[in-house]
Design a protein around this ligand. Structure first.
Ligand SMILES: *[C@@H]1O[C@H](CO)[C@@H](O)[C@H](O)[C@H]1NC(C)=O
Ligand SMILES: *[C@@H]1O[C@H](CO)[C@@H](O)[C@H](O)[C@H]1NC(C)=O
Ligand SMILES: *[C@@H]1O[C@H](CO)[C@@H](O)[C@H](O)[C@H]1NC(C)=O
Ligand SMILES: *[C@@H]1O[C@H](CO)[C@@H](O)[C@H](O)[C@H]1NC(C)=O
Ligand SMILES: *[C@@H]1O[C@H](CO)[C@@H](O)[C@H](O)[C@H]1NC(C)=O
Ligand SMILES: *[C@@H]1O[C@H](CO)[C@@H](O)[C@H](O)[C@H]1NC(C)=O
Ligand SMILES: *[C@@H]1O[C@H](CO)[C@@H](O)[C@H](O)[C@H]1NC(C)=O
Ligand SMILES: *[C@@H]1O[C@H](CO)[C@@H](O)[C@H](O)[C@H]1NC(C)=O
Ligand SMILES: *[C@@H]1O[C@H](CO)[C@@H](O)[C@H](O)[C@H]1NC(C)=O
Ligand SMILES: *[C@@H]1O[C@H](CO)[C@@H](O)[C@H](O)[C@H]1NC(C)=O
Length: 486
């Protein structure tokens, strides 16, 4: 589908969501769900009928950070807030919750090796999260609006779908594999690669055995199919409870696997949509079923959307949505490998990547080359584009006052050590319980995200107090689509 409308401003004006006094909000997440793995965006649609049936859009300009935790604001606005799901399953009385982990890669949580779940289907983490959500809705007191976050741990590793779902997924349902390009040979590897590459379970590159790759992909998609099944049950419950017509449903992921942490579409581009409820149909004057690819949207927009719906924007006085962003910034400090350290900018058509370790630059035209096969950084006909995007990154670093490690004399600097940028990092105030939202990725050497750092979404307790962080890193570039009513 093609863009609609003459200008962003016109489109944006027509999309501003109306506050809805009785509207509830359901926020669905799946960990490591790639953007094209859901039917509406990419794959055939056989696997995710329930997700596809919900797919719709919202858009909203959003500041980079909030001086607040958004569940608290929603609680102040009269919402009952709750979070179900995501973190790793650690307990399972009488059984081993880690039975399907593959420990060859050290901790097992990042393995790509697939194998069926070893216990009954209803013990699977996806089933547990889905059942808890259904139970929340069944017990919901209809007089109180709620914000419910349901965060599925899968399709994150382990790739362990119930055998019955694995049996439903066949090779012909999978999207085509895409390999090859003019810049990515280092990632391809060759058989017999040393540890860290090739066929090791935690590999960031390499020539994986074809049979294991196929098995892994089947398992990944079967896990998505299982999530879709439970999203269907959650939606059915909303309908049975007569909540569906006044529930905003937001759906997204955080990034993909194999290897997450990269700026490339397969990893950083995630699905994201909002289904607005029937009760606001008359004020949302854009038809369901339109794609507006030039509007960049991302995880930071979730909070602001919830404020709009809850009519809570006045509780966040310092937040001014401002004009629509023209492009997104993406960022990742070192993870897995010292070379995975980068900044990127994209407007959905072009993507500019500064790889800080080397340092070097990559430039892609996503319209012409959605799979990023063709690096245009050395293409003379794209020289002006390269300069434009480099200048934007320099300007951003200078504006943010990142200092000489990032930019000197209007030049991007090489960064061989991991370093996290955030307005409060690393000099933030002392950490107090309940005061800080932390995500610790892969141990001590990695990033810690504080409240104010960009791209995070906080976890909330039913009373609105923050408990932790839901998984949403700054490297995500959600899909931007207004989708067909299916
Ligand atoms: C949709 O909203 C925009 C902005 O408020 C307005 O200019 C336009 O006329 C509306 N279109 C329809 C069909 O109501
Ligand atoms: C986190 O946010 C709270 C307000 O919700 C604030 O009081 C606190 O200082 C912040 N903590 C950090 C480390 O920025
Ligand atoms: C349900 O509503 C009653 C008032 O009608 C209120 O006392 C109670 O706290 C509500 N329960 C929940 C879980 O919101
Ligand atoms: C792939 O082939 C190897 C070697 O034949 C075998 O050991 C392994 O079990 C196979 N894996 C799968 C998932 O079929
Ligand atoms: C929900 O909206 C649909 C479409 O407008 C309508 O057919 C249905 O009756 C509504 N359901 C309830 C419970 O209001
Ligand atoms: C939104 O909140 C404002 C300020 O509290 C109030 O005046 C207005 O009536 C509310 N709007 C809706 C739709 O509830
Ligand atoms: C990190 O990746 C580079 C290729 O980009 C590779 O040459 C290097 O060996 C890797 N380092 C480790 C520790 O695996
Ligand atoms: C990207 O590619 C498309 C399709 O080939 C082309 O129309 C567009 O002009 C290119 N964008 C830029 C910025 O060169
Ligand atoms: C930036 O300019 C200053 C003053 O001319 C010079 O001392 C410094 O070496 C320059 N830094 C870089 C990275 O070029
Ligand atoms: C909210 O719930 C959390 C977690 O159960 C608890 O630690 C906290 O004391 C509660 N806060 C209030 C104000 O009830």
């Amino acid at each position: 589908m093609r863009p609609v409308g003459p200008s962003l401003r016109t489109i944006a004006a027509s999309l501003v969501l109306m506050a809805c006094a009785m509207c509830t909000i359901l926020f669905l997440m799946a960990d490591q769900l790639r953007w094209d793995a859901v039917g509406y965006a990419g794959q055939s649609g056989i696997l995710t009928p329930n997700i596809d049936a919900l797919a719709r859009l919202w858009q909203r300009g959003t500041p980079d950070s909030y001086p607040v935790e958004f569940p608290r604001i929603l609680a102040q606005a009269g919402y009952r807030t709750a979070a179900i799901g995501k973190w790793f399953q650690q307990q399972m009385p009488g059984k081993d919750p880690q039975a399907t982990l593959d420990f060859l890669d050290g901790n097992g949580w990042n393995s790509w090796i697939g194998r069926p779940y070893v216990y009954a289907d209803d013990l699977h983490p996806t089933a547990w999260v889905g059942r808890q959500a259904v139970s929340f809705l069944e017990q919901n007191n209809a007089t109180t609006p709620f914000f419910l976050k349901v965060s599925f741990h899968r399709p994150h590793s382990p790739y362990d779908p119930p055998a019955s779902y694995l049996a439903k997924v066949t090779r012909d349902m999978l999207p085509a594999s895409r390999t090859g390009g003019n810049w990515d040979s280092v990632f391809r590897g060759t058989p017999g690669d040393p540890p860290g590459c090739g066929a090791t379970p935690d590999a960031w590159c390499g020539a994986m055995p074809a049979n294991e790759t196929l098995n892994s992909r089947l398992c990944y998609y079967a896990n998505i199919m299982f999530i879709d099944e439970y999203i269907g049950r959650i939606v059915d419950t909303l309908k049975q409870k007569n909540l569906f017509n006044h529930t905003y449903i937001i759906f997204t992921g955080d990034h993909y696997h194999w290897r997450k942490g990269y700026p490339f579409e397969f990893s950083a581009h995630v699905p994201m949509f909002l289904r607005w409820p029937e009760v606001v149909d008359s004020v949302v004057n854009i038809s369901r079923g339109t794609v507006i690819p030039q509007l960049m949207s991302e995880l930071r927009d979730v909070a602001h959307t919830a404020f709009d719906v809850a009519n809570a924007t006045h509780l966040v006085p310092s937040v001014n949505p401002g004009p629509w962003r023209r492009f997104l910034d993406l960022e990742h400090s070192t993870v897995y490998n010292e070379t995975v350290h980068w900044n990127a900018l994209t407007d959905g058509e072009m993507k500019y990547v500064f790889r800080a370790f080397f340092p070097d630059e990559l430039l892609f035209n996503l319209t012409a080359d959605p799979w990023e096969m063709n690096n245009l950084a050395d293409d003379a006909s794209y020289h002006k584009e390269l300069m434009l995007w480099r200048e934007r990154l320099i300007e951003q670093f200078e504006r943010e006052g990142r200092g000489p490690a990032f930019v000197q004399n209007h030049t991007l600097m090489q960064r061989t050590q991991g370093m996290t940028y955030g307005p409060n990092y690393p000099q933030g105030p002392p950490i107090a319980p309940g005061d800080e939202i932390v995500m610790q990725s892969n141990g001590a050497s990695h990033d810690t995200w504080l409240n104010h750092s960009s791209g995070q979404i906080e976890l909330m307790a039913t009373n609105g107090s923050a408990l932790g962080l839901c998984f949403a890193s700054t490297d995500s570039r959600p899909e931007i689509q207004l989708l067909a009513q299916l």
